[in-house]
Design a protein around this ligand. Structure first.
Ligand code: IDP
Ligand code: MG
Length: 138
């Protein structure tokens, strides 16, 4: 089991003023922030990040949403990071997210669902290095 995961506070949460509360929720959940920045994704960077979903019917909307404003990618550290972070954020559809999870508290819909969390150790590494160089990781 790995001790790193990768997250993005998505544009809806940044726009709605929830990023501070979400960062605090993550820290209170026992995660250490190893890297963080605010970025505006482009069609290419958002499309590349979600390349595995390219053939899905919602891909075009997903890219439009992820480029709709700045977002905050972060690399996080904790024992059992990937699994524990998926628990902290809750189900993809906020209507199904457990009470007290980040998506339950701050997300409105399945597309604008406030936050990303890597689904495997392998993807956590791939996604982290998609956004951060070695010099930006503490
Ligand atoms: P995850 O973010 O919980 O891992 P994925 O299935 O990997 O969920 O989907 C990636 C992102 O694509 C979701 O977080 C959500 O923003 C969007 N998405 C997933 N399924 C749908 C859908 O059915 N309609 C619209 N957007 C979706
Ligand atoms: Mg996913």
């Amino acid at each position: 089991m790995g001790n790193k995961t990768f997250t993005i506070i998505k544009p809806d949460a940044v726009r709605n003023g929830h990023s501070g509360k979400i960062i605090d929720h993550i820290i209170q959940g026992g995660f250490k922030i190893n890297a963080m920045k605010m970025v505006q994704l482009t069609q290419d960077t958002a499309g590349g990040f979600y390349d595995i979903h390219r053939e899905r019917p919602f891909f075009k909307d997903l890219v439009a949403f992820m480029t709709s404003g700045p977002c905050i990618p972060m690399i996080l550290e904790k024992a059992n990071a990937v699994e524990d972070f998926r628990k902290l954020i809750g189900a993809t559809n906020p209507q199904e997210a457990a009470p007290g999870t980040i998506r339950n508290l701050y997300a409105k819909s399945i597309d604008a669902n406030a936050i990303h969390g890597s689904d495997s150790d392998e993807n956590a590494v791939r996604e982290g290095s998609y956004f951060f160089s070695e010099l930006e990781i503490f």
